[in-house]
Write a protein that binds this ligand. Sequence first.
Ligand code: AMP
Length: 220
Amino acid sequence: MVLIGPPGAGKGTQAKGLARVYGVPHLSTGDMFRENIRRGTAVGRQAQAAMKRGDLVSDEIVVAMVGERLAEPDCAGGFVLDGFPRTVAQAEALAGLLRRAGGAEPVAVEIQVDSSLLLRRLTGRRMCKVDGEIYNIYDRPPKTPGRCDRDGGELVQRDDDREEVIRERLAEYEKHTLPLLEYYRRQGQLEEVDGSGEAAAVTRALVDAIERKEYRGRHL
Ligand code: AMP
């Protein structure tokens, strides 16, 4: 499964939910880059400057990182991709990786959210330093301010959730990722889901969309 949507659409929250429902790994390229930066790896150093500006990291770097991750045994039964692909070139690379692995075509789902809601979600977003759980100070506050409900970890704001960087990330989305939606749509691989409701309702809508797609795939 491939989740596509602008920053703040809820890809991370939903990908985690879907991964739980289907019992498959959740692969977030943004999380992978943040982890690489934290550990000071070569990939982290290569990605850091672009991420800080809100620009996309180069296709070569992200495709190599995803290729390695998909080759791990826990991905054999499927996976939820969150934040990848983000360009048509990445989608083509993913199709190649899946073909070589003898796997099926991905189900691509667009999470649609109004732009006024995106800004509220992004500026209000806080993330647990320990398990990556996502909160929102306006819409989904933790029980104790600044602490994760699950493990008490410190909640932090992402560096790129500042307003000037958010604008750049939204511009990158329009420039590079809107053509990607067209690419999947043309191939009849795109499902669309309204992402403006509560997280649990959106997860149910995503599961419905995925089941619908699977059903059509089997019965056409
Ligand atoms: P995210 O956590 O998905 O919002 O990603 C945070 C940042 O990581 C993005 O603004 C990009 O700089 C970088 N990034 C994540 N995924 C990709 C990707 N598929 N292609 C290029 N850059 C990416």
